[in-house]
Design a protein around this ligand. Sequence first.
Ligand code: RB5
Length: 154
Amino acid sequence: MEKKKLVFAADHAGFRLKDFLADHFRSEGFDVTDLGTDSEQSCDYPVFAEKLADYILDGKAELGILCCGTGIGMSMAANKVPGIRAAACSDTFSAKYTRLHNDANVLCLGARVVGEGLAAELAEIFVSTGFEGGKHARRVGLISDIEKRKGKKK
Ligand code: RB5
């Protein structure tokens, strides 16, 4: 089975976790792209969230993983991009169901919240779980409708 294309990005707080996860999936044979950052030098998480969102919307990767201190700032920024459904998760149930029910295409992890072991488990679940479709597809469609309506008002 062909492995999914994955894209990773982080700010300074998340870069070590991002590197760890990118290596983890590379060693499993996934096609991994790393959009940075690559040091602990302070940087702005929305810049990396937008880069990763664009990469996915350009069709260059199927799923993305963003790491910052909490996972929350990254999810807020990524969710401003129409077509991105980003979920900040720190438990395995949420990581599974945000794929099954929300068709999330970006997982956001907090390097100050979860350790490497749990982060790898969350990411594995996220990447290996598919969207259930059916009534959930209609609901995800309603999210897209909100994006269209609000986009027009600007
Ligand atoms: C950086 O200190 C921190 O604010 C950032 O990584 C993130 O947690 C924001 O949500």
